[in-house]
Design a binder for this molecule. Structure first.
Ligand code: ZN
Length: 150
């Protein structure tokens, strides 16, 4: 005699499992983009290549346009959802600093070395530190990726 299967608990909604797909990832990125006040940007995930080796994600912006591409690293999907959220938020926050990043890129051209190199290095370091700090403050208030959880 086999044990009877337990009755389903109909008082709780079914967990909404969303698989990690390109469409789910793009929809989640769009949700974060809206939350981070980047509605006037066109931001897409470029599935044609991964982020540079050693990075969970990276972002590239088109000069003088509000257009960016995000690349995901090979290990992105396997990371905890909190880390995935933080990574995407970090990359999106870089869009707000596009002109500062562009200035850092052109510092050497305008100022020459070594002053331009020094200024560029300091600016890039401060951009990363500020982006990390803002991400840490903002991310807990944003939704987690929908995949892998209820
Ligand atoms: Zn960064």
């Amino acid at each position: 005699m086999s044990a009877a299967a337990p009755l389903a608990d109909t008082t709780k909604p079914e967990p909404s499992f969303v698989p990690f797909t390109r469409a789910a990832c793009e929809a989640y990125l769009a949700e974060l983009q809206r939350a981070l006040r980047l509605r006037d940007w066109t931001i897409e995930i470029d599935w044609g290549r991964p982020a540079d080796s050693g990075y969970l994600a990276s972002v590239g912006m088109i000069p003088d346009r509000r257009v960016a591409k995000v690349w995901l690293g090979e290990g992105f999907e396997a990371k905890p959802r909190e880390e995935q959220r933080g990574t995407l938020v970090h990359e999106l926050l870089h869009c707000h600093l596009r002109d500062v990043e562009a200035a850092a890129e052109h510092a050497r051209t305008v100022l020459g070395a070594p002053a331009g190199d020094l200024l560029s290095r300091v600016m890039r370091n401060q951009i990363e530190l500020a982006t990390d700090a803002i991400e840490a403050a903002v991310s807990p208030h944003l939704p987690l990726p929908p995949w892998g959880g209820a």
